[in-house]
Design a protein around this ligand. Structure first.
Ligand SMILES: *Cc1c(COP(=O)(O)O)cnc(C)c1O
Length: 436
């Protein structure tokens, strides 16, 4: 257990890299995603039962950073990234069910956690860098705002955010365009899958990279995935200490980064029970887990827009973790929830229980609602604050939602985004020209 961990691409074992390289590059040189050569195992007794989320994160991530020049700074990185609460709040209307609230960060969605961790790593990795680094981030809404907030005014870094024009909520669009300074927002005439493809295309372009050093901050970046494991470990270990049983999770899922973090925590030996993926009408994953062949497809627009993904990138990492279909299908359950049901779930919980959920969280609440009382303890993962999706939620509940102060401050700034065609070449040209 004292050996440093090596990383490789999902598409080939030849390229071995250390964690600094993996975090700096985002995507492996062969176009695959970085994964650890093997997931480490950790005994639950290694964790301090009274530790903070940052303490849990340091213990959990220590093997991933072992041997790295950043290893000694990991506790400080975790304190910077996890400087807000991630409460596991019991639900009043159902025994042994809770909500794991991941939305108390600056941009009011769980993407803050990965983005802040990545920014804390880059502050250290780029300390002595000569050339500025451009971080390209494709977003279905929430990633871009979290990355922009985390890197805003960080010296030596420029952030370029690509989002599908007209497919993010008005408040999300405002958040993406309101930073300015070192953050530029591009509204792409296409879908999130187009944005993601364009980001991958520029990151794979070595010719462009020799002029314009680029990195990614998408959920394809391992530097975002690893910190997301921390809140699952922290919630599950806390539950374990109090109740001596595993905690089971229902995870709103799009690109599969959040849920994969939960799967990896369980693989590492921590007390996570069942994992249920809650998807919107984009049913690629639920079809697969129902037994159909894996078939990525174009995304359709839904009320839970941050999950409008037809080709979830992290499926490649899930396949690496469980290479055989029959084995993989045993690991997870998945449901697809359409817009009518999302709307009904939001309205019903507001009316009957005074509980407000964002449309993404509502997919997971619906899955919980459909479960008969079992002796399993479930945590519904709440991925965004409902006020971020006021245009969806307010008409359903017939009143306005209070906006958290950090989000309020963003909404008061003016916003600007440039139009961009859904073309790899157009983005390459824009990036090359902008820095020239
Ligand atoms: C990004 C996002 C999701 C989906 O998470 P993945 O890691 O892409 O599966 C769900 N809900 C919200 C609010 C999000 O921003």
């Amino acid at each position: 257990m004292s050996e440093p961990l090596h990383y490789r691409s999902t598409r080939g074992a030849r390229h071995a890299a250390g964690i600094e390289q993996v975090i700096a590059a985002g995507l492996a040189p062969d176009g695959g995603l970085y994964v650890p050569e093997a997931l480490p195992s950790l005994d639950p007794s290694l964790f301090d039962p009274n530790g903070s989320l940052a303490d849990t994160a340091s213990t959990l991530l220590e093997p991933f950073f072992r041997g790295s020049p950043m290893a000694g700074e990991l506790p400080a990185i975790c304190r910077e990234a996890f400087d807000f609460d991630v409460p596991l709040r019991p639900l009043s209307f159902r025994n042994d069910a809770s909500v794991l609230e991941l939305f108390h960060g600056p941009s009011a969605a769980f993407k803050d956690i990965g983005a802040r961790f990545l920014a804390a790593c880059f502050r250290r990795l780029r300390r002595d860098a000569a050339a500025p680094l451009t971080i390209v981030v494709a977003t279905s809404g929430d990633t871009g705002a979290a990355v922009a907030a985390a890197f805003h005014r960080q010296p030596g870094i420029r952030v370029v955010v690509l989002y599908p024009d007209g497919r993010v909520s008005p408040r999300q669009a405002h958040q993406l365009g309101c930073f300015g300074d070192n953050v530029q927002a591009l509204r792409v005439a296409g879908t999130f899958d187009d944005c993601q493809r364009m980001a991958k295309a520029v990151l794979n372009d070595t010719e462009l990279q020799s002029h314009v050093p680029l990195s990614s901050a998408n959920s394809i970046s391992l530097g975002r995935l690893l910190p997301q494991m921390s809140y699952y470990a922290h919630a599950a270990l806390g539950w374990w200490h109090r109740h001596h049983r595993p905690l089971n999770f229902i995870v709103p899922t799009g690109n599969l980064g959040n849920a994969l973090a939960c799967v990896w925590v369980r693989e590492m030996g921590l007390p996570v029970g069942e994992i249920h993926l809650a998807c919107n009408a984009n049913a690629t994953l639920s079809d697969y887990f129902d037994g159909a062949p894996y078939s990525p497809r174009p995304a359709v627009a839904t009320l839970a827009n941050a999950m409008d993904v037809g080709a979830p990138s992290n499926f490649e990492r899930l396949r690496w973790t469980f290479p055989r279909d029959h084995e993989l299908r045993l690991q997870l359950h998945a449901s697809s929830v359409d817009d009518d049901v999302i709307g009904d779930t939001i309205a019903r919980h507001a009316r009957d229980h005074g509980e407000l959920f964002c449309p993404h969280t509502a997919t997971a609440m619906h899955v919980l609602d459909g479960m008969s009382d079992t002796d399993l303890a479930w945590a519904v993962v709440a991925t965004a604050h409902p006020s971020k999706f006021d245009s969806v939620v307010e008409p359903l509940i017939g009143r306005t939602i209070l906006v958290p102060p950090a989000l309020q401050a963003m909404l008061q700034r003016p916003a600007h985004a440039e139009p961009m065609p859904a073309s790899d070449e157009a983005l390459k040209h824009w990036l090359a020209y902008q820095t020239a």
